[in-house]
Design a protein around this ligand. Structure first.
Ligand code: ZN
Length: 89
């Protein structure tokens, strides 16, 4: 299944409203009707994370990984960060 980037309101309305319903219907996403804390009107994954937030985070992580592959070291607060590529759910 290709990754969905845009959700229409109709599509969102068809999604389960709660995590329990999503599990019962064997769906990967649900939509509570409320935007997430970052204001995304996007479904939440069954683990409760907003998929837009997750996508933003993944994009940032990919950017860091690309930098590391180019030999740049990312330093934060004096510690180098190691990202586990296989950590993707
Ligand atoms: Zn979000």
């Amino acid at each position: 299944m290709p990754r969905k980037l845009k959700w229409t309101l109709d599509e969102l309305k068809k999604l389960p409203r709660t995590r329990g319903e999503a599990i019962a219907q064997n769906k990967r996403y649900y939509f509570t009707g409320e935007p997430c804390k970052n204001g995304h009107l996007a479904p939440k994954r069954f683990d409760g994370k907003c998929i837009d937030c997750r996508r933003t985070r993944d994009r940032n992580r990919m950017r860091r990984l690309a930098s590391e592959r180019r030999g740049e070291t990312i330093w934060t607060d004096g510690h180098s960060i190691h990202y586990d590529i296989n950590n993707c759910a």
